[in-house]
Design a protein around this ligand. Structure first.
Ligand code: FAD
Ligand code: UDP
Length: 368
C-alpha cells in the first residue's frame, strides 16, 4: 500500500478502531497509528502468565441500551452474558452494593420491605431540588449516613478531591434501588465479548484497507504520509501542545497478583471506600467464567497524572470543563481534523457511548 491514505486515524481504542473499520469497509484507505504496543486502547485485555484473562487497564464491564451498538459489535464477537455483581467492604464486613433492599436489611440487621426502605430513605434524604455536585446527589438520594459509608472516602481516594468539587454525574451514575436487584449496572444488555476485547479489535482492524502502526506517535509519521483527513482520539490538550495549560486527569496503578486458588473473593469486584490505599480489588474470572485452578486479582491504586502515566480519567468538574471548552473551540475550527472519544472530547464516556459516536462520525464523514 502506498503511503497515501484517505484517513489518518490516531489511536486504536474503540473510537479509532470503529471509525477506521467503518471507513475501510466503505472503501477508504486508513492508516491507524497507535502510540502503545497493542490495539484496544484502555479496553485492551490479555492472558497473564497463569493463563487468566484480565483487563489490562481496569475492569471493563460492557453494557448498553443501544441495539445499533450491539448489532455492530456482534459482527466481531459472540457474547458471554454476565450479571456484574460487586460488594463493598467497610466497618469490618462486606455490604451489598450498589445500595438495594439487601443493603438496607444489612444495615437494620433484620428483614425489611421495599416500602419500609422507601419510607426510611424519604426521612434520611437531604432535601436538595437540583443536586449540583457528587455530594449533593448522594445526600439527596440516601442521606448522610450512607453517603459517608460508601461514597465520600471512595470518591476522595479516586479523584483526590471532595465529592462537592465533582459533577453530580460522577457519583450519580451509581444506581440506587429499593428492590433486591443487586446488579452494578442497569442497562438491558450486559455481556463481555466471548473471547475478550482484544479479539474484537483484531477482527475490526484486519481489513485490506487498514494499515496499522503500533508504538508510533502520530507526530512521527505525519511528515511521511499523505492523507485527506485526520481522526484524532488522543488527549485534546496534548494535540494543541497544552496551549492553554494541561487539562486535569486522574491516573491509576494496577497491581496484579496470581494466587493458587480457584477464587480469592466472593464477587467479581470488591470496593474499599474506607480502608487501604486501593479503591477496589477486581477478580475478572467471576465475570469471564474462565475455569482454572488459579486466579488473578488486580488492586487498583488511584494516582496523580504526570510524566510516564496514562490519563485514564478526565475529571468531570466545572473548571476542567471550562478549560476544555477553550480547546474545543480550536478543534471546532479545524477543517480536516475530527476529535473523537474519551480523551479527545474530554468526557467520562463508557465504551458503548464511544462506539455509538464513532459510528455516527464515520457516517457523517462518508456522507460528505
Ligand atoms: P482510548 O481507549 O483511551 O484510546 C485512545 C488511544 O489513543 C490510546 O490507545 C492511546 O495510546 C492512543 N493515543 C493517544 N495519543 C496518541 C498519539 N499521540 N499517537 C498515537 N496514539 C495515541 N467503559 C465501559 O463501558 N465499562 C467499564 O466498565 C469501563 N471501565 C473503565 C475502567 C477504567 C479504569 C477506565 C480507565 C476506563 C473504563 N471505561 C469503561 C471507559 C473505556 O475505557 C472508554 O470508554 C474507552 O476506552 C474509550 O475509547 P477511546 O478510543 O475513546 O479511548
Ligand atoms: N463511587 C463511590 N463508591 C463506590 C463506587 C463508586 O463513591 O463504592 C463513586 C466514585 O466517585 C467513582 C464513581 O462513583 O469514581 C463512579 O464509579 P464507577 O464504579 O462507575 O467508576 P469507574 O468504573 O468508571 O472507575
Amino acid at each position: 500500500m502506498p503511503w497515501d491514505f484517505d484517513f489518518l486515524v490516531v489511536g486504536a481504542g474503540f473510537a479509532g478502531s470503529v471509525v477506521a473499520e467503518r471507513l475501510a469497509n466503505a472503501g477508504k484507505r486508513c492508516l491507524v497509528v497507535e502510540r502503545r504496543g497493542h490495539i484496544g486502547g484502555n479496553s485492551h485485555d490479555h492472558y497473564d502468565n497463569a493463563g487468566v484473562l484480565i483487563h489490562s487497564y481496569g475492569p471493563h464491564y460492557f453494557r448498553t441500551n443501544s441495539e445499533e451498538v450491539i448489532a455492530y459489535l456482534s459482527q466481531f464477537t459472540e457474547w458471554h452474558p454476565v450479571e456484574y455483581k460487586i460488594l463493598s467492604w467497610t466497618d469490618g464486613r462486606y455490604w451489598q452494593f450498589p445500595i438495594n433492599l439487601n443493603t438496607f436489611e444489612q444495615l437494620l440487621g433484620r428483614p425489611s420491605t421495599s416500602e419500609e426502605m422507601a419510607d426510611t430513605l424519604a426521612k434520611w434524604r437531604v432535601p436538595i431540588d437540583q443536586p449540583a455536585n457528587s455530594e449533593e446527589i448522594i445526600l439527596a438520594q440516601v442521606g448522610r449516613q450512607l453517603y459517608e459509608k460508601f461514597f465520600k472516602n471512595y470518591t476522595r481516594k479516586q479523584w483526590k478531591r471532595d465529592p462537592k468539587d465533582l459533577d453530580a454525574s460522577v457519583c450519580g451514575r451509581i444506581p440506587l434501588r429499593t428492590n433486591r436487584d443487586d446488579r452494578y449496572l442497569t442497562d438491558k444488555f450486559q455481556a463481555l465479548p466471548k473471547h475478550g476485547y482484544t479479539r474484537v479489535f483484531e477482527r475490526m482492524l484486519k481489513h485490506p484497507n487498514i494499515r496499522l502502526l503500533l508504538q508510533t506517535d502520530y507526530r512521527e509519521i505525519v511528515p511521511h504520509v499523505r492523507f485527506q483527513r485526520m481522526i484524532y482520539t488522543g488527549p485534546i490538550d496534548a494535540f494543541y501542545d497544552n496551549r492553554f495549560g494541561p487539562l486535569p486527569y486522574r491516573s491509576l496503578r494496577f497491581e496484579e497478583e496470581t494466587l493458587p486458588m480457584e477464587y480469592y473473593q466472593a464477587a467479581m469486584q470488591v470496593n474499599y471506600p474506607n480502608d487501604h490505599d486501593f479503591t477496589r480489588i477486581v477478580e475478572m474470572k467471576h465475570a469471564t467464567g474462565q475455569k482454572l485452578p488459579v486466579t488473578t486479582i488486580v488492586r487498583e491504586y488511584p494516582e496523580d497524572y504526570g510524566p510516564g502515566k496514562e490519563p485514564y480519567y478526565p475529571i468531570p468538574a466545572k473548571e476542567s470543563h471550562a478549560l476544555y471548552q477553550r480547546y474545543a473551540e480550536l478543534a471546532a475550527r479545524e477543517q480536516n481534523i475530527r476529535f473523537l472519544g474519551r480523551l479527545a472530547t474530554y468526557q467520562y464516556l463508557n465504551m458503548d457511548q464511544v462506539v455509538k459516536r464513532a459510528l455516527d462520525e464515520a457516517a457523517r464523514l462518508l456522507a460528505r
